[in-house]
Design a protein around this ligand. Structure first.
Ligand code: SAM
Length: 253
């Protein structure tokens, strides 16, 4: 009955559901948005809290189920496709995000959170383990890449726990990982986000090459051509390195 094309794998372990919900710090935010509630295994614990709960669910059958079983969820609190949602207009204020996410759109969800970081102080969510690990990865590892740097520039990332395939119906092919993001824009980033993204993407676009090569597409400013970092590969730079490179780049323009 689960729809594969919607990434539907329903969590069957109540303790894990509780642990995911408990990882969110409720007192700070009024509004909470759950992405992909399905049949509400997380939702029912969320509705016990005092916060205002919204759900974004694309599947009509799941929506009908939620409406039938959770009276608290009226039409104003049920939203459709998360990827089409304008978070700024819909919430107009801070909203924390939670979910056992559909894995076919994991990176899109994370990139959307980054785009709206002004509105999103916190996220607790389950992804396929590999995506959770890439988000939390440190420099000089295979998992460290665009996702790690762009997310960690704006959020502190905690890898909370791993979840086994057999607690889902139907079981996914891979293990899952729950992570928590806590907003913490790193020094020097705000105002330089666009150039920062360009440098990070170009750098990891050819991750085996030195930055002197991979960043050529962006036309490296003269003053930076003999910079210490140009001899390194993207995966050797920390988040703060990428930020200071961005700042020096901007000053050199
Ligand atoms: N939260 C439930 C649970 O833990 O059992 C369901 C999790 S299931 C992995 C992902 C859910 O996301 C499905 O219910 C699916 O219909 C929904 N979904 C898929 N794409 C979506 C989208 N673009 N926006 C909102 N929900 C989506």
């Amino acid at each position: 009955k689960a729809k594969k094309y919607l990434g539907q794998h329903f969590l069957t372990d109540e303790n894990i559901a509780k642990n995911i919900v408990d990882a969110l710090s409720f007192d700070h935010y009024q509004k909470i948005l759950e992405v992909g509630p399905g049949m509400g295994v997380l939702t029912k614990y969320l509705l016990d809290k005092e916060s205002e709960i919204f759900v974004a669910e694309i599947d009509h059958e799941s929506v009908e189920y939620l409406q039938k079983h959770y009276a608290k969820l009226d039409n104003q609190h049920i939203i459709g496709d998360f990827l089409k949602l304008n978070i700024a207009e819909t919430f107009e204020s801070q909203v924390a995000i939670i979910g056992n996410f559909p894995y076919n759109i994991s990176s899109q969800i994370l990139f959307k959170i980054i785009d709206y970081y002004d509105y999103i102080p916190e996220m607790v969510g389950m992804f396929q383990k590999e995506v959770a690990e890439r988000t939390a990865a440190v420099p000089r590892t295979k998992a460290y890449g665009i996702l790690s740097v762009l997310v960690q520039a704006l959020y502190d990332v905690d890898y909370l726990f791993t979840v086994h395939e057999n607690v889902f119906n139907p079981p996914p092919k891979v293990k899952s990982g729950v992570i928590k993001l806590t907003r913490n824009p790193k020094d020097g980033l705000v105002g330089n986000e666009i150039l920062f993204k360009k440098i990070v993407k170009a750098g990891f676009g050819q991750r085996r090459k030195k930055l002197s090569n991979s960043l050529k597409v962006l036309e490296i400013p003269e003053a930076l051509q003999s910079h210490l970092f140009m001899d390194k590969r993207a995966e050797e730079l920390t988040i703060q390195d990428f930020i200071s490179l961005t700042q020096e780049w901007k000053n050199a323009l």
